[in-house]
Design a protein around this ligand. Structure first.
Ligand SMILES: CC(C)(COP(=O)(O)OP(=O)(O)OC[C@H]1O[C@@H](n2cnc3c(N)ncnc32)[C@H](O)[C@@H]1OP(=O)(O)O)[C@@H](O)C(=O)NCCC(=O)NCCS
Length: 186
């Protein structure tokens, strides 16, 4: 637990023009449960159960996988969403995000995820970022398109909130060539 908290803190904040992406702490659980517990958010994600309690949000923060990078998205001092990625051993990282409903439609998901992905590539360990959206989620499809992802193809993924598999589209974005020296140096 202590080690995990240190690991989360050491990733450091990322600043964009309107947002700060900072590591999550236990103090965020209540707000995460309130915002992500909305059916319209939970049902579009793979791993947020419904209903979503503060205890489950605490458990999620505690159980983040080793190496998983997760940031709270902060706007004007308030946590408005979460974005993160989970790297595998082969240089690919799966990215995810959600934004609280009151802040939808202001470009926050795109701004936050783009900053996170740039940091992910700049870390030098990741050459390919993947993401996916359920086929009934056109807002996320638009975010993914704006982020410059290319379609990989259809898949199916389990949705905790819906308690069933849902048709999904998968995408990838490759590390830009300007980061190629990182691979040679690694
Ligand atoms: C998807 C989500 C993250 C988008 O957050 P956001 O901050 O509103 O996203 P942005 O403002 O950066 O971009 C949203 C885009 O989708 C578009 N959009 C929104 N609803 C849409 C719809 N029903 N159909 C088509 N496009 C839609 C917006 O117009 C905008 O595109 P634009 O900039 O070209 O106008 C947010 O709705 C959310 O958290 N949803 C629930 C959880 C989720 O889906 N997470 C992603 C899982 S893959």
């Amino acid at each position: 637990m202590i080690g995990r908290r240190l690991r989360l803190v050491e990733t450091g904040p990322i600043k964009t023009s309107r947002l700060v992406l900072r590591p999550l702490g236990e103090g965020d659980a209540e707000r995460i449960a309130a915002l992500a517990g909305d059916w319209d958010i939970a049902r579009m994600t793979a791993r947020i159960p419904y209903p979503y309690s503060v205890a489950l949000a605490h458990q999620w923060i505690d159980d983040l996988a080793e190496g998983e990078v997760v940031h709270g998205i902060v706007h004007r001092g308030e946590l408005v969403g979460v974005t993160g990625y989970l790297p595998d051993d082969e240089g690919t990282a799966e990215v995810g995000y959600w934004i609280g409903k009151p802040w939808w439609g202001q470009g926050f998901a795109t701004e936050a995820a783009d900053a996170l992905i740039r940091q992910c590539f700049a870390s030098g360990k990741i050459g390919r970022v993947t993401c996916s959206h359920f086929v009934d989620n056109p807002a996320s499809q638009r975010v993914i398109t704006k982020l410059g992802f290319q379609l990989v193809g259809p898949a199916r993924a389990y949705c905790d909130a819906r308690r069933r598999e849902v048709a999904t589209l998968r995408y990838e974005r490759l590390r830009p060539k300007r980061f190629a020296w990182l691979r040679r140096a690694a």
